[in-house]
Design a protein around this ligand. Structure first.
Ligand code: NAD
Length: 451
């Protein structure tokens, strides 16, 4: 590990990565790697997660490619120092800039649920900002990890960018090295381990974690559209999405009113048997399968509840009248189980949300502007999405990241440039008009103190 980091550091010190050409070439190489090996990625994700082809091509490869596109379009701007205006009195003597300067050698630790997107999107940010990087894909999606390790040397410049595979032992060894930036995606427990390792070298970190993202449904919401969007977001990748809705808050009346729509939509999405649908993924491994199954209380299931351990299949499952004491409310579900909790009104919903860890995403469905304003002003979350879900992630104009327990830092779009760069202050002066600032030189005169 030490040798790899040293090699990359030596390469960084050649200043090659700072050029526009190098950055552009590497970004285009990632695009080519994806285009020329699309089938292999689809196949690998089938083996790792039984991920539907559509989800691999659109949500993994497609999103990475649009991120490349965005960075290519903004690269020239961010390479040049950005001119900023000082106060009017200083303008005559100084020019001021913010220079986006690469940190050096970055470590990117990815998670398994979107193993292409969660490794390559941060890498695109690191490259666009002129850094060297080591990518550590999750060992829990081994086919993708292996594919990335095999393909990288064929497309990317390995003097500057490497894939290192492995589990806890290898990641621990990597974390013993000195990096200039660490970007981690995964659970908060390991996030703390990463942060502790980074502290030793005062290395800046981004922690993209998860948590329980709530949905509130108001009585004015269009329940058919609401049901369709919630179930799409919940059951994509079998619920193994960091911004998937974790639980729903609504009144007892709304819970009763929405049930026919939920059943109708599930039928539309997956037919009578989701197990036979090629639009429904599997659980990553037996450990997670057993964990999720333990969260299901059969007495509260209104839809689903069926499972098959051999196939790591858990049917889309909806539970009604869940309470905070139920197991399903004590951890992030990260699986195809959607609990409903009834509340009396939106004040109670806001109080409920605010009494828990700040979520990665908060979703509200309503037709009333005052409901939008109330949640916007009285709650905190990584992102707030009104009348839709997960789309906030796909728009490069928005930052993506958590707050509190759901994470630290942000990326996507220009926020990736900011995350992977040191924003260096530059003040450029000259030798003229020194008399204009003579008031600052000793001997001091009290008459120069402005009151
Ligand atoms: P994971 O098990 O793949 O772990 C993430 C990474 O941490 C892996 O690369 C793994 O090798 C490494 N790791 C594991 N144990 C380690 C240790 N002891 N020391 C050092 N490194 C270690 O993924 P996970 O944690 O199961 O991912 C699921 C969680 O991640 C959920 O909470 C989910 O919400 C969150 N998540 C967040 C985002 C986001 O963008 N905010 C995206 C995906 C997942």
């Amino acid at each position: 590990m030490e040798d790899i980091v040293n090699t990359l550091r030596k390469s960084f010190n050649t200043d090659t990565t700072k050029s526009y050409e190098w950055r552009k070439t590497q970004l285009l190489a990632i695009e080519k790697l994806l285009d020329e090996n699309k089938e292999q990625f689809v196949e690998a994700l089938k083996l790792d997660l039984n991920k539907p082809n559509y989800e691999t091509i659109v949500y993994e490869i497609g999103t990475v490619k649009s991120s490349i596109n965005f960075c290519l379009n903004h690269l020239k701007t961010y390479i040049e120092p950005q001119k900023v205006k000082p106060i009017i009195q200083a303008r005559a003597v100084y020019s001021t800039y913010v220079q986006y300067q690469p940190f050096g050698v970055c470590l990117i630790i990815g998670a398994w649920n979107y193993p292409i997107y969660l490794t390559l999107t941060p890498l695109i940010g690191a490259i666009s900002s002129g850094n060297c990087a080591i990518l550590k894909p999750s060992e829990m999606a081994p086919k993708i990890a292996e594919l990335l390790e095999n393909l990288f040397p064929k497309y990317l410049d390995t003097n500057f960018i490497r894939v290192v595979n492995g589990g806890v032992t290898e990641t621990t060894q990597l974390l013993e090295q000195k990096f200039d930036h660490i970007f981690y995606t995964g659970n908060g427990t390991v996030g703390r381990i990463v942060m502790q390792a980074a502290a030793k070298h005062m290395t800046p970190v981004v922690l993209e974690c998860g948590g329980k993202s709530p949905v509130y449904i108001d009585e004015t919401a269009d329940l058919l559209v609401t049901a369709r969007r919630i179930l799409w977001a919940k059951f994509t990748n079998s619920g193994q999405t960091c911004v998937a809705p974790d639980y729903v808050l609504c009144t007892k009346e709304t819970q009763e009113n929405i049930i026919p729509f939920l059943k109708q939509i599930l039928q539309e999405f997956y037919g009578g048997s989701p197990k036979d649908s090629n639009s429904f993924a599997r659980i990553i491994n037996e450990r997670h399968f057993d964990r999720i199954i333990k969260l299901i209380d059969e007495t509260k299931v209104v839809v689903g509840g069926i499972s098959d351990r051999n196939e790591k299949y858990i049917a889309p499952t909806i539970m009604f009248n869940v309470t905070v004491d139920d197991k399903v409310m004590n951890e992030e579900i990260f699986g195809p189980v959607l609990p409903f909790i009834t509340i009396t009104d939106r004040n109670e919903a806001i109080k409920f949300i605010n009494s828990r860890d700040k979520p990665l995403a908060l979703y509200v469905f309503s037709n009333k502007e005052e409901v939008y304003n109330d949640f916007k002003n009285r709650t905190s979350s990584g992102s707030f999405c009104y009348n839709d879900l997960m789309v906030q992630l796909a728009l490069e104009c928005l930052p993506f990241g958590g707050v509190g327990e759901s994470g630290l830092g942000r990326y996507h779009g220009i926020y990736s440039f900011e995350t992977f760069s040191h924003q260096r202050a530059i003040l450029k002066g000259g030798f003229f008009a020194d008399s204009l600032s003579s008031f600052r030189y000793p001997p001091y005169s009290d008459s120069n103190i402005s009151r």
